[in-house]
Design a binder for this molecule. Structure first.
Ligand SMILES: [Zn+2]
Ligand SMILES: [Zn+2]
Length: 266
């Protein structure tokens, strides 16, 4: 049967009408997929995921008609890609913890798929609170990495989520995840990824947030966590993230902190 062009996505050549065909049993999208979204003033329809891919190109004009994409497309695409997972994470009454954890992991995968300042962070922060995610943290290692990516995205420049993490005692928890010493071996990529994402989450948690910096100064095992973190970062032959990111974490950590005296003493 010939599918009219309007009913077929011009990027992946599969029907726009049936999102169920795009979903694997775990709820993840196969290929780009997703719900239908109108890309341009001409009215060309794309899957949301396929439109997101086009928005990531240097030329974001409609590949069908060369018209610019319509206003608000990026926000619509982000919101469409978050569903139905965001709704599931938000509603403890309608889904089990395990279902919510799986949905949150998919959101984390979306949040982690692009660099900071990306398409998803604002949409995610508008939909999901860190208090939705923190209580269901757990599961297999790969799932924990995706959940940590989601927490990292929720903490980025977001005061309410930084406050909520503080109230939940989350700083000690992030510190415990981040401080895997000795470093996980290369044969444990999930271990390294979890350490990296936890350090990134910690960096966002303490950025411009004095209570979280102070929480990190509390002692654990006889030494302030901030000092243990500093010692570990300085001692690592190969920290699990870029030198610029390590520098940023140290800068956030020292901003309100007595840790600078530990640096002077070192
Ligand atoms: Zn498509
Ligand atoms: Zn078009």
């Amino acid at each position: 049967m010939n599918v009219p062009a309007n009913d077929q996505c011009p990027i992946c050549y599969t029907p726009l009408s049936n999102e169920a065909l795009q979903r694997q049993p775990n709820g993840k999208l196969s290929g780009q997929g997703g719900q239908r979204v109108t890309y341009c003033a001409t009215g060309h329809g794309f899957h949301a995921g396929c439109a997101a891919m086009c928005l990531g190109l240097s030329n974001t004009a409609c590949p069908m008609c060369r018209q610019p994409h319509r206003d608000g497309l990026d926000i619509d695409v982000a919101n469409l890609l978050l569903e139905p997972h965001a709704t599931q994470v938000e509603n403890p009454a309608s889904a089990t913890d395990d279902q919510r954890r799986q949905a949150a992991a998919i959101l984390g995968e979306l949040a982690g798929s692009k660099e900071d300042g990306d398409l998803y962070v604002d949409a995610l922060q508008n939909r999901v609170a860190i208090t939705d995610v923190f209580p269901i943290y757990g599961g297999p290692p790969a799932v924990q990495v995706d959940l940590m990516k989601l927490m990292r995205a929720l903490l980025k420049n977001h005061r309410a989520n930084q406050d909520a993490l503080h109230a939940a005692g989350g700083i000690a928890e992030l510190f415990t995840r981040a401080m895997r010493l000795p470093l996980p071996p290369p044969s444990d990529p999930d271990g390294i990824a979890l350490m990296r994402e936890s350090l990134r989450a910690l960096s966002h948690a303490v950025h411009d947030h004095k209570p979280n910096v102070e929480a990190l100064q509390a002692a654990q095992g006889g030494i302030p966590m901030s000092v243990a973190l500093l010692n570990a970062l300085l001692a690592m032959p190969a920290p699990p993230m870029a030198p610029g990111e390590v520098g940023e974490l140290l800068r956030h950590l020292c901003y309100f902190s007595s840790t600078h005296s530990a640096i002077e003493a070192a």
